[in-house]
Design a protein around this ligand. Structure first.
Ligand code: NIG
Ligand code: FE
Length: 415
């Protein structure tokens, strides 16, 4: 089926996919074609152009986009959408003054989610996560990463990863799986870290590798969670199976997350709310992608990662949702675009690049998604009529998204 989109007010499309994630001034560059057309066939982008050069093209279906923009679908490179229960009780604890760490110390937080997940069937986890993922797609997400990390036993980490494997098969968008067994120490290993690390290395990793259940390995390398040494040990073991790291680091303290990520050749280090000059310099000089998660700062009331300074220093910035029940129970990327502009002082173009093409690099999917380019998947957003791109982040909380196309097919809204 050939579908032609015509009279597009502005098409955010790129002739070439960059060879590397965008950084510095390049992050401000967003190629826009006014009065444009776009041709899709068999789920792929075939061609695009400006003015009325399309009149000679044959297509089975023509869609009039007068007044509207077409922009690439978002890529969400960091989520934890496989979970058994929401945690609104902790939300109330936070309102009453408890910090994230205090809640975690009391057995809340990740361990709370882990207890609930262990009691939940694989089938139920799958059904719930699928509903969340489909809702994300309706809201403009065209590729997704999903982490394990609420299992914390061999059986339950595998259960989570099998759910993600099934989501990979059943969702219409590309999905990447990340093994995050090192998310927290289970209660029984609180005083015996080595025991849990051995479980990860000797019992979880071999099965995960054998069954090809993960694309990446993640460690929560932060204050009160996994130390630098502990993280290095786990990452070294994972590298023997070819699992590249994507690290949770520098959310709660200056405890070496960035350094661990660099030393272990990670693809990205995510969070970065607590970084100093040293970390910013390291990120600017390395090929590591610096992923910031503004929804987490918004929800927890913690500082925002210094995204403006990171970009000005030359780091390759990415924005993701961190959708999870404890620190960011929402994955609506258009709201994160607003937060990135309002709270992190990013320009709309920078924010959009950070959560499309740079995020695609953070999942090594840059040749498949992340921009509207010939040969890539036809995953994009058709906006409501609007004058300029800045209206997307400007109208925070109210979507300028009229509808979403995935593999060239319009996604019906269910909610
Ligand atoms: O990315 N920081 C670590 N992990 C998650 C939170 C998980 C939770 O509280 O359930 C995060 O914020
Ligand atoms: Fe996270």
């Amino acid at each position: 089926m050939r579908t032609l989109f015509v009279n597009i007010k502005s098409l955010v499309a790129s002739l070439e996919t960059p060879l590397h994630p965008l950084r510095g001034k390049a992050l401000q560059q967003l190629e826009q074609m006014n009065h444009a057309w776009l041709l899709c066939e068999n789920g792929k982008i075939v061609d695009f152009g400006s003015d009325d050069t399309y009149s000679t093209l044959a297509s089975e279906r023509t869609i009039d986009c007068t007044g509207r923009f077409i922009v690439p679908a978002f890529v969400d490179s960091h989520t934890h959408i496989v979970f058994a229960a929401t945690r609104e009780n902790e939300f109330v604890d936070k309102i009453n003054g408890l910090s994230y760490e205090e809640i975690a110390q009391r057995g809340g937080g990740i361990l709370n989610s882990s207890k609930r997940l262990q009691q939940c069937t694989e089938e139920q986890l799958f059904l719930d996560a699928k509903v969340r993922a489909l809702h994300l797609i309706e809201q403009g997400t065209g590729a997704l990463e999903i982490k394990s990390g609420y299992g914390l036993t061999v059986v339950d980490e595998l259960k989570m990863l099998r759910v993600i494997a099934r989501l990979k098969k059943e969702l219409p968008i590309p999905v990447r799986a990340t093994f995050l067994g090192a998310h927290a120490y289970p209660q029984e290993f609180r005083q015996h870290h080595e025991g849990y690390i051995n479980l990860i290395i000797n019992e979880m990793l071999p099965i995960i590798a054998e069954e090809k259940l993960a694309d990446y390995i993640d460690v929560f390398c932060d204050k009160g969670f996994f130390s630098m040494d502990e993280s290095n040990k786990i990452l070294a073991a994972a590298s023997k199976y070819g699992l590249k790291p994507k690290i949770h680091g520098n959310e709660l303290g200056l405890t070496g997350g960035v350094q661990v990520a660099i030393n272990n050749d990670a693809i990205s280090v995510d969070h970065l709310e607590e970084v100093g000059e040293e970390e910013i310099k390291l990120l600017a000089q390395s090929s590591l992608i610096a992923t910031v998660l503004p929804g987490t700062s918004f929800f927890l009331g913690i500082p925002y990662a210094p995204a403006r300074r990171l970009v000005d220093a030359g780091a390759a910035l990415c924005i993701a949702s961190d959708y999870n029940p404890g620190t960011s129970p929402n994955g609506r990327m258009s709201f994160l675009l607003s937060l990135a502009c309002i709270k992190m002082k990013l320009l709309p173009e920078e924010a959009l690049n950070a959560c499309t093409i740079n995020a695609a690099f953070a999942l090594e999917l840059q040749n498949e998604v992340g921009s509207i380019s010939k040969g890539k998947r036809a995953n994009f957003i058709l906006t409501k009529p609007m004058h300029s791109l800045a209206l997307m982040p400007y109208t925070f909380g109210e979507d300028m998204i009229e509808c979403v196309y995935i593999n060239g097919v319009k996604i019906a809204k269910s909610m």
